[in-house]
Each structure stands twice: as structure tokens, then as C-alpha cells.
Design a protein around this ligand. Structure first.
Ligand SMILES: [Zn+2]
Length: 348
């Protein structure tokens, strides 16, 4: 990832780089957000679908350019988690992702002094681009988890919409974790999440990564999975690798060896990633709106496929089967093609 960034630096203005990376991963609650999707865009079409397809889970394409078939929902409540912002209908993911969240919530409560998870966005019912908040989260293998512990009581639906995020950073200081907010239980939670083999990356703010590098005294074998990224100061982002046998899922290069506490991290603490455009500089061209035809071909089939009968039957752990398990609405062979976007489409 970083070598690519360094190469990219040579060809893009600093401003364009910051914009590109920032758009790629930041679930920027505070930043300016699109309020409504552009009619006819992939964001509008995928965002309007309320139920997943029937059939087995298929992640089609890349984390930031793809879609999802056979999704299941995280139950809104569990003994050690509560799902947030329910109105967004983004509790959907591959069963592997939902199982991982539930397992992390149990393990963190049992071993790490973390009472439970507040779970943010996972994916839309059929994945695909979202009109606000994320560029990735498109194939059911990304999930946001708050760095705020679950309260002892069940939050109301209204509270889940409005509970504010708590940043881990000191206000008015450059990239510094606030030691009045940060706790070792948070550090343990992050390393617990990184400990699972199916977790490939965890995105955190560079200041949080630095804090982890400086203070984590346990096994550092998985510290390299913690990747510094813009935003991610009040939540962290778990990304699973493509599951085995998932033909249409386009993997990301593996994380480089080592704990990631050296040069690539130091880059974030230089002015470069934060440089503002020079006055009078031409702003970078606005990327063209992504259309369904820009996504892997099978994503149109995903949109056309029959829905499950209800969200309840497709909720993870539901007794009822979501559909005929033996047949897929999406042929795997076609899912495996068309996943490479044209060069003109930014692929964060
Ligand atoms: Zn995220």
C-alpha cells in the first residue's frame, strides 16, 4: 500500500493524493458528505435495495468496487453488541464477517475488559457503493466498530441514530492520542481483532497506530495489520481477506512483514499527507460518478435477483434458511470476470 502511495506521490499533486486516499477509506462523519445520491448512479441504485438476494454468499469484485450476493444481517442486538445507525440498513455482510464481529464481541468482553461492541456500517443488503461515508464496504468484508464501549443498557433506536462519536485524539494538537480518553482496553480490543487469521487489515488513525507502536508490550506479530489511515479516530475498520474458494472476490496485496511502526508510519507525521492545495491551484478533477456498468458484470445480476422473504430470515443465526442453498443466483464464472475497473475510475 505504501510503496504504491510513494509512487503515486510522484504523479499526483499532494492535494489530489490526499483527496484520493481520504475518499478511499475515511468514514468521515464530520466531513462534508453527499446528502442524497445522484439519480441513476450505482450509489442510488444499490442504496435503494432493502433486502439481500437469496442463495449462498458471494463477494464480487473489490472492496471499493463490487457487490454482494447472499448477504446476512448482524442482529441489531446481541449479548455483547449493539448495532448503530439502524436507519442506514448497513448491517449486512458475508456470514464470515458477521460471525467475526460476534466472536470479537464475545472475546473482547471475556478477555479484554471491553463490555461489548457498538457496530457501525458493514455493507448494504447487496453491497455496492454507498452514497455517503465510505468508498469500500462494497463486498461484505468490511465493518466499522466504534471505539466507544457498549453501554450496560440497550440503546433506543433514536439513541443509536444520534449518539455522537468520541474522538481518541487531542483537540488542537497534531495527530496526538488523548491519554484522558485512550485506555489499554482499547489497545487490547484492537489487538484482539487483529489476532484472527481471517482479518487482513484494521484501519486506524495514524496517531492510534503510533500509540500502539509505543505502548503495546504483548505479542507484536499482528501489529502490522493495524494500518494508519485518515479519519478512523473514533472507530476502527476491520477488513477480512477474501474467503477461501471465493472466486469472484478480488484480493488486496498482503500486508508487508513487520509491525509497520517504522518509515511508512513516519510519513503520516510529515506535512505531506496533510498539505492543503496552493492558493490558485487547479483543483483535481471530480471523479466521474460510478455507474452499475462500471462494476463487475455480475453486479447487475445481483441487482436483478429475487430478494429473500424478509430481513428476519436472512439475519445471521436465524433458524429459517434464506433460500435454496445448493443453487446460486450468480454464476461464479461470470462473477470472476469484469472485476478490473478501467483506469479512469479511481480504485481506492
Ligand atoms: Zn469503514
Amino acid at each position: 500500500m505504501i510503496p504504491l502511495l510513494v509512487r503515486t506521490l510522484n504523479t499526483l499533486s499532494k492535494y489530489a493524493l490526499a483527496a484520493t486516499i481520504g475518499a478511499g477509506l475515511v468514514s468521515s462523519e464530520g466531513a462534508a458528505q453527499q446528502v442524497t445520491p445522484t439519480p441513476g448512479s450505482a450509489k442510488a441504485i444499490f442504496g435503494a435495495v432493502t433486502l439481500p438476494t437469496q442463495g449462498p454468499p458471494l463477494s464480487i469484485g473489490f472492496y471499493a468496487k463490487g457487490c454482494l450476493s447472499g448477504a446476512v444481517a448482524l442482529p441489531a442486538d446481541g449479548p455483547t453488541w449493539q448495532a448503530m445507525r439502524l436507519s442506514r440498513n448497513r448491517r449486512w455482510g458475508r456470514p464470515e464477517m458477521i460471525a467475526l464481529i460476534e466472536r470479537l464481541s464475545r472475546d473482547a468482553a471475556k478477555y479484554d475488559g471491553w463490555p461489548g461492541l457498538l457496530v457501525g456500517d458493514i455493507s448494504q443488503p447487496r453491497g455496492g457503493p454507498m452514497f455517503n461515508g465510505h468508498a469500500s464496504h462494497q463486498i461484505g468484508l468490511d465493518a466499522d466498530v466504534w471505539l466507544t464501549p457498549m453501554p450496560a443498557r440497550t440503546l433506543t433506536t433514536a439513541e443509536r441514530e444520534s449518539l455522537p462519536f468520541t474522538t481518541m485524539l487531542e483537540k488542537n494538537k497534531f495527530l496526538t492520542v488523548d491519554d484522558k480518553v485512550w485506555t489499554t482496553s482499547r489497545a487490547r480490543l484492537l489487538m484482539r481483532a487483529a489476532s484472527y487469521p481471517e482479518v487482513e487489515r484494521i484501519f486506524v488513525n495514524p496517531a492510534i497506530k503510533k500509540k500502539m507502536c509505543e505502548t503495546w508490550t504483548g505479542d507484536r506479530a499482528n501489529l502490522g495489520k493495524l494500518r494508519p489511515e485518515y479519519g478512523h479516530d473514533s472507530h476502527f475498520h476491520i477488513r477480512l481477506r477474501c474467503p477461501t474458494g471465493s472466486a469472484g472476490c478480488k484480493p488486496q496485496p498482503p500486508v508487508a512483514a513487520g509491525d509497520g511502526c517504522d518509515k511508512p508510519l513516519a510519513w503520516w507525521f510529515t506535512p505531506e499527507p496533510w498539505a492543503k492545495p496552493k492558493p490558485g491551484a487547479k483543483p483535481p478533477a471530480k471523479p466521474r460518478e460510478v455507474m452499475v456498468s462500471d462494476l463487475p458484470k455480475a453486479c447487475q445480476t445481483v441487482l436483478d435477483a429475487s430478494p429473500v422473504a424478509s430481513a428476519a430470515v436472512a439475519t445471521f443465526g436465524a433458524k429459517a434458511a434464506a433460500g435454496p442453498a445448493a443453487t446460486s443466483a450468480i454464476p461464479v464464472s461470470s462473477a470472476g470476470t469484469g472485476s478490473t475497473p478501467p483506469d479512469s475510475i479511481p480504485q481506492q
